[in-house]
Design a protein around this ligand. Structure first.
Ligand code: AMP
Length: 205
């Protein structure tokens, strides 16, 4: 059995056509059900749909043979025990520092609100800046407005969410796209099977 871990939400909408093109399809009845393990058109391939941040965890521990997750999620997780094999070029966005328009971010100690603690720390430390990182799980845009932080670190796609909250993107930390990751042990033990599917996905890009 081959288990593929996919991220739910906006990545899923772009991942399913890619898998379909490679020959793996999930029936609508499965997708609409509340099942956590979904059957595919292959008896020996199943798909699990997870919170994006759980995808590398399942792949790392071998509970999934391969998975698809955003670069942001891989950086935050650390990606130990997984091989990143393919940049799928989907779900593109940018990890950015954002704040109010005229905010001075050159002061000696900054408060940064974010869900992406590792990305934020590495970025500001690389700039030689002292930061206090405040971990949030959502609605980051609120933080500078209500004085919880000086700025935020968040994913930006169209920029509409920032604009709607009177914030502006300031610095680019890194570009994000979805990556195909493989459990390093499974890549050895199921090499020809996994590699066969990776080649098919590569061709369907
Ligand atoms: P936007 O308004 O299009 O710039 O989208 C920004 C909002 O969508 C923020 O709340 C982001 O956290 C979220 N977002 C944007 N792109 C992605 C992505 N590729 N994966 C997950 N969340 C995203």
């Amino acid at each position: 059995m081959l288990t593929i871990a996919l991220s739910k939400g906006r990545i899923l909408d772009q991942t399913l056509p890619l898998l379909e093109e490679a020959g793996i399809s999930i029936p609508q009845t499965e997708l609409k059900s509340r099942k956590l393990i979904l059957d595919t058109n292959f008896d020996d391939i199943q798909v699990i749909i997870l919170r994006a941040s759980d995808v590398p965890v399942f792949v790392q521990h071998g509970a999934a043979d391969f998975g698809i997750a955003g670069k942001d999620v891989l950086i935050e997780h650390g990606a130990d025990g997984v091989f990143e094999l393919l940049d799928l070029g989907i779900s593109k966005c940018r990890m950015m520092v954002a704040s109010e328009k005229d905010k001075d971010l050159n002061k000696s100690s900054l408060k940064v609100a974010t869900k992406y603690v590792r990305s934020a720390k590495e970025y500001f430390y690389s700039q030689g800046k002292q930061v206090e990182v405040i971990k949030l799980y959502g609605a980051m845009e609120l933080a500078p407005i209500v004085g919880l932080s000086d700025c935020i670190v968040d994913l930006v796609d169209t920029g509409n969410t920032l604009k709607a909250n009177n914030l502006v993107p300031l610095d680019l930390i890194y570009e994000v796209s979805s990556r195909l990751i493989v459990n390093s042990a499974a890549f050895n033990t199921k090499h020809s099977e996994i590699n066969g599917w990776i080649q098919k996905i590569k061709e369907s890009l």
